[in-house]
Design a protein around this ligand. Structure first.
Ligand SMILES: Cc1ncc(COP(=O)(O)O)c(C=O)c1O
Length: 373
């Protein structure tokens, strides 16, 4: 496997300076003898709820389960449709499918988030919910989305897996839907050292349901109220997440600074994800749209910089979606974007000199090309 001078992600760099803090937190769990559903989880849930400004936060095993449990709690299943974006990680659509419902994709706009103007044409009598994805950490326009959802009496379920801390018009994502899902996968902007996820909601009854649903439907040790499964967030992950949560604000600030510098320097060469009014983007990823994307990626790679494509195949073009009846002309913006998008390294530990090197490589690439014409 190629070793990069500047890898796309540098998890060991992130954890090294806080290793002692993490080890202390883990040791406390070991000494407590309480490994599931203990005080680390309940404290992390309280801290996360206060970060997201929501009444309830319920830890679960991963982000996918958060979406599955929300869809199930709302009674969404066979014969129902859920409208979502054609540009996301597969889990968004998979969870809609896994509760028995049908994912209905819509196109995106240039900001790579769902094109809200396409929603109403996709609504049918079977539509039950809209699942927006705050892709790359950039918030969807939730004001406009809420108006559409209200008009058609549809639930909103936010897939906020990539967007801890993002805000729309000052309000955190994860508070707009009836219930919303987050992921703490190691590549997320707030992450565990394994898997983890969270559901946020302001609905006390739903919160009570989720607490049972993540734990086999158990009301208490001896009473099972409904069939469910195990989707608990364990104490070690919760303890680690609590430590990383204390570093989230500074990490986000650094990501935003790097993004601002990228935007200023790269604007002459590629389309940059500049914030629009009302958006507070947390830059989970920094995705540019570039002419000659593959050649640019190759140029970076040859010079020791790893850049990745999220995602090369829009959801409607995945082999698994074949039966849904879409083709590449269905969503032209998503299809064209998939050929142009490139995610550049943006983790908080990225050094200024490394950032400057990436900028230089990109400008050299395009300036070299223009002088050839
Ligand atoms: C947009 C989106 N939705 C859902 C998920 C699923 O989260 P997890 O991997 O924690 O199950 C992810 C990430 O993996 C994601 O990026």
């Amino acid at each position: 496997m190629q070793k990069f001078d500047i890898p796309y992600i540098a998890l060991t760099e992130r954890l090294r300076p806080i290793k002692n803090e993490l080890l202390t937190a883990i040791e406390q769990v070991l000494d407590s003898g309480q490994f599931i559903l203990g005080q680390e989880l309940s404290r992390f849930e309280q801290e996360f709820a206060s970060l997201v400004e929501t009444d309830h936060a319920i830890g679960v095993a991963n982000g996918s389960d958060s979406l599955f449990l929300i869809l199930q709690a709302l009674g969404i299943g066979k014969g129902d449709e859920v409208i979502t974006t054609s540009q996301s990680f597969v889990a968004t659509a998979a969870m809609i499918n896994n509760v028995g419902a049908k994912p209905i994709f819509i196109d995106i706009t240039d900001d790579l988030n769902m094109d809200l103007s396409k929603i109403e044409a996709a609504v049918t009598p079977r539509t039950k919910a809209i699942m927006p994805v705050h892709l790359a950490g950039r918030p969807v326009d939730m004001t406009a989305l809420a108006e559409i959802a209200d008009r058609h009496r549809l639930h909103i379920i936010e897939d906020a897996a990539q967007a801890v801390g993002a805000r729309w018009r000052g309000r955190p994502v994860g508070t707009f839907g009836v219930a919303n899902g987050f992921s703490f996968h190691p590549l997320k902007n707030l992450h565990a050292i394994g898997d983890g996820g969270m559901i946020t909601t302001n609905d006390a009854e739903l919160a009570r349901y989720f607490r049972k649903a993540r734990n086999h439907g158990l009301e208490n040790r001896d009473q099972c109220d409904f069939w469910s499964f195990n989707s608990r967030l364990d104490e070690i992950q919760a303890a680690v997440l609590r430590v990383l949560l204390t570093h989230l604000a500074s990490a986000t600030e650094r990501r935003r600074l790097l993004a601002k510098r990228y935007c200023e320097a790269l604007k002459p060469y590629v389309t940059v994800p500049e914030e629009k009014e009302g958006e507070l983007h947390v830059y989970h990823s920094f995705v540019v749209q570039a002419d000659e994307r593959d050649a640019l990626q190759e140029h970076l790679s040859k010079n020791g910089v790893q850049a990745l494509v999220h995602y090369p195949t829009p959801l409607h073009m995945q082999p698994v979606a074949r039966d849904l009846g879409y083709d590449k002309s269905s969503f032209p913006v998503a299809f064209n974007a998939s050929k142009r998008i490139l995610s550049l390294p943006i983790y908080p530990e990225l050094e200024d000199a490394q950032h400057a090197r990436i900028v230089t490589l990109i400008s050299e690439f395009y300036e070299g090309r223009s002088s050839c014409v």
